[in-house]
Write a protein that binds this ligand. Structure first.
Ligand SMILES: Nc1nc2c(ncn2[C@@H]2O[C@H](COP(=O)(O)OP(=O)(O)OP(=O)(O)O)[C@@H](O)[C@H]2O)c(=O)[nH]1
Length: 184
């Protein structure tokens, strides 16, 4: 599923296309195609699910491997963040904050613990940090969009018909069809 989200970051309108992968249900070819498509990555596990945490390292290596190229230095690898979700479920926790922090240190990847149920700001901070890192690497300039046509991958992804709006703290997230928007 692809979500389109427009956010204002540092006074700039930023158009996100967020591809939500299905995690363990996907075969490796599918996930590799999707990883090649992305500019930045939030590798999300649930703090209540040890198996999802155990997948994080493999996915981070896969991202690095698929985006490695002679032209790209290590510092120019696509930005990745590790995100432990569902921190509100303290009694069901199977992955400690320390586990997340240790993995983050080992892989040198920023780490966030969030609750998408309890907080609007925490997920926003995750995507803002990915965007800031892309800006820092010089892939985008504020207010501009990378030129990209709809790839073959996109044709395989079911068109999202539904439109919905989530309101939180007076702000709104819009989820629209991806195909009505091709960034310039
Ligand atoms: N308590 C709590 N529940 C959450 C949170 N985030 C998601 N959920 C719930 O967890 C369930 C799974 O959420 P999804 O968004 O489908 O998770 P997913 O990782 O996309 O799932 P897969 O695509 O199956 O891998 C839903 O019932 C959500 O309501 C959270 O931060 N706290």
């Amino acid at each position: 599923m692809i979500y389109r989200h427009v956010a204002v970051i540092d006074g700039e309108m930023v158009h996100f296309e967020i591809l939500d992968t299905a995690g363990q249900e996907e075969d490796s070819l599918q996930i590799e195609e999707k990883i090649k498509w992305g500019d930045g990555f939030a590798v999300v596990y649930s703090v209540t699910d040890r198996c999802s945490f155990d997948e994080v390292m493999r996915l981070c290596f896969l991202i690095n491997h698929l985006h490695a190229s002679p032209k790209r230095s290590a510092a120019e690898q696509p930005p990745v963040v590790i995100v432990g979700n569902k921190k509100d479920l303290q009694f069901d926790r199977m992955v400690s904050t320390e586990d997340g922090e240790n993995l983050s240190k080992a892989l040198k990847i920023p780490f966030y613990e969030i609750s998408t149920r309890d907080s609007y700001e925490e997920p926003v901070a995750v995507f803002s940090s990915l965007y800031q890192e892309l800006l820092r690497q010089g892939h985008f300039s504020p207010g501009s969009f990378k030129r990209r046509t709809v790839s073959k991958l996109m044709e395989k992804i079911p068109k999202m018909q539904a439109s919905s709006t989530l309101n939180s703290a007076g702000r709104s997230l819009s989820f629209n069809s991806f195909r009505d928007y091709i960034p310039e």
